[in-house]
Design a protein around this ligand. Structure first.
Ligand code: PEP
Length: 216
């Protein structure tokens, strides 16, 4: 599984480049800004980057999970560290969003992470963020690895992925400074990768996708 988080980048030109250059794969999920989801949904599996914890209401400026579903999204990223940091999203709120999103027919991808590099501390941090429902996809993203070109050792990733498996989560994804060089090795340790900056570059998406064999 390769999840492309465009963040607040990307436009109709990037939509066109994706459509022209990247073949469909059921293992490729594109998460653009909500305004672009309907443009991509006929060509790729699409996910939102966030949604509200309620299905509808007087919440000006928010995005309903029902609406994401209606415009063709199958997935939604929730609790990305940028949402937690800049928008004050708490563990409780993220879980509530995930439950509502699932009720609306979306598959939530819950992003969890820690500032720490210490495995014991990381587990303590993650346990606060994990949902009860182990059917959710969990994206483990060390906050210090997002957007920095720093990645944990493979042993670190392996330990956390195995620990997540022991907590009952079978769908685990790694995110944080994945690129065409490190993607294959990291992917051996989990079920998928979440890419941010690399998802804005068609060549990187193609190279990473090939190394994950998403078109085989
Ligand atoms: C992300 O936004 O979740 C992410 C992993 O970003 P990057 O790949 O740029 O580190």
């Amino acid at each position: 599984m390769l999840i492309c988080n465009w963040k607040m980048y990307g436009d109709l030109q990037l939509v066109g480049l994706y459509k022209k250059n990247i073949p469909y794969s059921q293992n490729l999920i594109v998460c653009p800004m909500a305004t672009l989801c309907s443009e991509l949904k006929d060509t790729f599996k699409v996910g939102g980057q966030n949604c509200h914890q309620e299905k509808e209401g007087a919440f000006t400026g928010e995005i309903s999970p029902l609406s994401l579903k209606e415009v063709g999204c199958e997935y939604v990223l929730l609790g990305h560290s940028e949402r937690r940091k800049y928008f004050g999203e708490t563990n409780e709120l993220v879980i509530k969003k995930a439950v509502t999103a699932k009720e609306c027919g979306l598959t939530p991808i819950i992003c969890v992470g820690s500032n720490s590099e210490d495995i014991v501390q990381i587990k303590q941090d993650l346990i606060q963020q994990l949902p009860q429902d182990s059917s959710f996809i969990i994206a483990y993203e060390p906050t210090w690895a997002i957007g920095t070109n720093k990645i944990p050792s493979l042993d670190h990733i392996d330990q956390i992925m195995q620990w997540l498996a022991n907590q009952g989560f079978s769908q685990k994804v790694y995110g944080g400074s994945v690129n065409s060089e490190n993607a294959q090795d990291i992917h051996q340790l989990c079920q998928g990768l979440l890419i941010g900056r690399a998802s804005l570059d068609i060549h990187s998406v193609l190279t990473i996708g090939k190394s994950l064999e998403i078109w085989n």
